[in-house]
Design a protein around this ligand. Structure first.
Ligand code: ZN
Ligand code: ZN
Length: 579
């Protein structure tokens, strides 16, 4: 091949580089022809991430189009693999599953073992076991543009290089400057707006990153409780640069509360990452628990690998669906009955059978429950999916045993609460790509007396001892006569209540909603922390909850109109019930 065509169908400027020289910009909407055999070796560094349909704006911007050889053309890519890596991870979309082969220089190439069965995007892990050297990838060019990226941030060389690639090395540790303790967290390396590599690092580990020499921005973060820090560095080829990041707290949850995310997808289904990577990312975001929502078998593939007693727990979940609803079994041991996603049939195992199956599995030591996923009766969602699985509040209506619902529209939830239902409302990520949308970007705060065990977590969820927030994050606590969300206050006329909040961004207001109506509104006056006492009248209705409003952008997840409330709610509590 003598030329390669690349296109940038997204926004901004993407770049093709030439070894030791400046970059060639590829503007949005344009295609660039790159000559391969003239002078320095050209290369692309498209960055991590593999689920363009869910995260169109964050997906790598550079797509391959083909070569000048027309049909039957082959694109040949080379990676100079540095030592000490266990495996490389590749993401692709727009390619047939058999279009790609890989192998060490001078050896026969073999097909990639692609994951994500039945998806338009695919993930493959190529085992290295510490071996280094030149790796060749050959791609038979399909009729349309395609994505092919290395998630480890290694450049894809468009020609076989004659010498070793001049990598720089970066080693990063995170710690809390108050306690001096090492922290779980996330390290990413950026060049301008281009994300080169993401590493989730566990306390006590040092992130070891091999990347391009030159100017870079290193970012360290740990979810919503800590401020993200960045550092501009100039990395030198052949040298190791050590960075020690102190991460400063900005939110401090009250005692007894833990963080979790109940909805994530891995590459055993239609997610881009391994169960192990999901668990690491969850710890890196400061969660105490995460559910991997594909199947018990997928969970068994390494999800529990970074569990730590009293600190973090991964649990098996399973999202099951019909064309008319999605639900997740939480803490399920065995498969729930379902037909594969997208199957057309006359009958489907549905919520009735799923509840039966969870009931059979449940015992005192093995609590599990069924969560209704993302029902939304917002007009724009209904319009887009007239018969679709977002239009699914009927599941909660027909099955009173369903006690937890996620990512819903508020008016429909309020309706059910006002009809006397005790229905715990939660926000989850439903992430399919932990590099760009990590677990905990939307999260549940649960009161478990600080316990991180399945019984404590399932019990708190069932009761509704919960508040939820999304990045950049806020803490929101409500008490009525000393009782917390999920509890019931009995008797009384005028009730003493207190709301407490901390927020990463200025608070606009906190609304107290009783039976669907705002009965008290607290002006946040741009503060980030407030406590307010007030009274509420029992006569106004049998439930009360709090909503915190702040100016914080809506999460950029196009998951088919994921029905987060877009009106500016940054956090909400579950109801305190009044009897
Ligand atoms: Zn779903
Ligand atoms: Zn899902």
């Amino acid at each position: 091949m003598s030329t390669v065509l690349l296109t940038n169908p997204a926004s901004g400027i993407a770049s093709v580089y030439r070894w030791g020289q400046s970059s060639l910009p590829v503007a949005a909407g344009s295609t660039r022809t790159v000559r391969v055999d003239d002078g320095a070796v050209p290369f692309v560094i498209p960055g991590p991430g593999g689920v363009p349909s869910h995260l169109p704006r964050q997906s790598p911007r550079l797509l391959f189009v083909g070569t000048d050889q027309g049909q039957e053309a082959v694109v040949e890519l080379w990676l100079d693999v540095p030592p000490d890596l266990d495996r490389l991870t590749f993401h692709a979309s727009g390619l047939p599953r058999d279009a790609t082969t890989v192998g060490w220089d001078g050896h026969e190439l073999a097909p990639f073992h692609w994951r994500c069965p039945g998806c338009a995007w695919m993930t493959a892990e190529h085992p290295l076991a510490g071996r280094s050297g030149l790796l060749a990838v050959r791609i038979t060019v399909p009729p349309g543009p395609f994505r092919f990226t290395n998630a480890d941030g290694l450049p894809l060389l468009l020609r076989r290089p004659q010498e070793r690639f001049p990598y720089a090395r970066l080693e990063v540790e995170l710690r809390d400057p108050e306690s001096l303790q090492a922290l779980d967290g996330r390290v990413s390396v950026w060049r301008g707006e281009e994300l080169l590599v993401v590493h989730d690092v566990l306390a006590g580990e040092r992130a070891q990153i091999t990347t391009l020499a030159g100017a870079a921005t290193v970012r360290a973060e740990r979810g919503i409780e800590y401020m993200a820090e960045t550092s501009g560095v100039r990395l030198t080829a052949g040298a190791v640069r050590r960075l020690d990041f102190p991460l400063h707290r900005r939110l401090r949850p009250e005692e007894g509360w833990i963080w979790g995310d109940q909805h994530t997808h891995c590459y055993h289904n239609d997610g881009a990452h391994s169960p192990r990577a999901i668990a690491r990312a969850a710890r890196g975001q400061g969660l105490q628990y995460v559910f991997v929502s594909d199947s018990p078998a997928a969970f068994a593939d390494g999800a529990a690998s970074c569990d730590q007693t009293g600190h973090f727990l991964a649990m098996p979940g399973q999202e099951v669906d019909t064309p008319f609803c999605h639900c997740s079994g939480l803490n399920v041991l065995g498969e729930l009955p379902h037909l594969p996603f997208g199957t057309r049939a006359d009958r489907y195992p549905g919520p009735g059978q799923w509840l039966e199956a969870t009931k059979r599995q449940r015992d005192a030591n093995r609590p599990c429950l069924l969560q209704l996923n993302h029902p939304s009766h917002r007009a724009e969602v209904m319009e887009r999916w007239p018969l679709g699985y977002f239009r699914s509040w009927w599941v909660a209506d027909e099955h009173p045993e369903v006690t937890v619902v996620e990512n819903f529209d508020f008016p429909s939830w309020f309706d059910r609460l006002s009809r006397g239902r005790h229905l715990t409302g939660v926000w989850n990520t439903d992430t399919h790509d932990v590099a760009h949308y990590p677990p905990g970007s939307c999260r549940v705060g649960l009161f478990t007396h600080g316990r991180i065990t399945p019984p404590a977590i399932i019990d708190a969820l069932r009761r509704g001892r919960a508040f939820c927030t999304r990045a950049p994050g806020a803490l929101l606590y409500l008490e009525v006569e000393g009782k917390m969300p999920g509890d019931t206050v009995r008797g009384g006329g005028r009730l003493e209540a207190e709301a407490r909040a901390q927020s990463a961004v200025p608070i606009q207001r906190i609304d107290l909603v009783q039976r669907g109506c705002v009965v008290h509104s607290i002006d946040g006056q741009g503060r980030r922390e407030l406590t307010e006492r007030f009274t509420i009248d029992r006569g106004n209705g049998q439930w009360v909850l709090a909503l915190l409003y702040a100016d914080a952008p809506y999460p950029d997840n196009s998951h088919c109109g994921t029905p987060f409330d877009v009106s500016g709610v940054l956090a909400f509590t579950n109801p305190v019930y009044l009897q």
